[in-house]
Design a protein around this ligand. Sequence first.
Ligand code: ADP
Ligand code: ZN
Length: 435
Amino acid sequence: MERYYQPEIETASRETIVALQNERLVKTVRRVYENVPFYREKMIAAGVSPDDIRSIEDLHKLPFSYKKDLRDTYPYGLFAVPLKEVVRLHASSGTTGKQIVVGYTEKDLQIWSDCCARALTAAGCTNEDIVQVSYGYGLFTGGLGADGGAMRLGATTIPASTGNTQRQITVMHDFGATILCCTPSYALHIAEVLHANGMTKDDLHLKAGIFGAEPWTNEMRRQIEDQLGIKAFDIYGLTEVIGPGVGFECCEQSGMHINEDHFIVEVIDPDTGEVLPEGTQGELVFTCITKEAFPILRYRTRDIGVITRGKCSCGRTLVKMSKPRGRTDDMLIIRGVNVFPSQIETVLLEKGYSANYQIIVDRANNFDSIEVQVEISNEIFSDTVRGLAERAKELSAALKTLLGLNAKVTLLEPNSIPRSEGKAVRVIDKRKLLD
Ligand code: ADP
Ligand code: ZN
């Protein structure tokens, strides 16, 4: 039977959620207008006053916020409470550009823990579980976010953080971890080291994993589930909004329920800013309606996804977002063709290759080139030169069919691509150095 952490919210009627959102949005906008000069000036410039925001129907009247706004007001310019009320700071891992900083009051931390506790509960975690948190602890939100959720449930937490994979495995084995939280690429790396040690999933006690912080495909999910003998759940979030736990997957494993009592989601056309109807793919935009220290309004995530409000077999009524395809800034435009790394990942994994791959993009004489490097097993690697060339050709043809793109394929021997303990580096775009 599916369990919920806060059933009164997770299975609430649409009317209940909308009523909560209306009330909380109105309050938040007023508070932010009064306390944060940046938002006040932006709203005045856009010709909106707090009185114009009476319900979520009015949300579209508010101006968007961007990552640039966090950088321009760095470090504390968007905080809505005095610093003495802020009990924690986190900073983005800085995947794209200069780091940004966010703050939490004690209540914000409680809300965040609740969000992560909902995610853990949906993955089957109870106070009888042993949760190994192998996301980085520190300024990155992953480690302490998942930790807060596990603590909330009264589970036994192992704050392993990232790194020292041998030791992660010893700890996991000896302490009997039943739930693993880390990035999906790190989960596969843990499995790889486990096998290299001559161990298998049967030597562990894991039953579920909660993986996020980077895009991963369903094909990668199957590999992780198979290699670690677990059910693998997705979790979504970003520092600017709260950290992990904005959205979480349930037993249905088909998209993530968004914690709508805390975050309002919109999907917009990234080019025009126009709000799109449910079921249409676009950029996800979030508004925080309960956070005290850092209540960001209409934040443009640059993550591309779809939201749907169909009935979910888990019984939750919270809206669902699809797995994000990646960010608009991860989308590669190669000779006019738009490609997300996740599409390439799907092809590789479907063709039986490993998830250890990298995409190299370059430009010579105004001509963009794309090379997909992927590791193959030792057995395949010892194949004849002709055999390898044929394989590469076949993979290149598959990429061409699915993406409409001529890509060079290079098959690498095992362990040639650096492993990541956090977010995997999938793309090396040498064109950026040329610009
Ligand atoms: P940074 O922006 O420096 O990478 P964050 O840790 O805040 O720092 O990263 C948040 C971003 O990570 C999201 O905007 C999204 O692009 C990505 N992300 C987080 N969780 C997922 C997930 N489950 N699937 C796909 N992408 C994710
Ligand atoms: Zn569900």
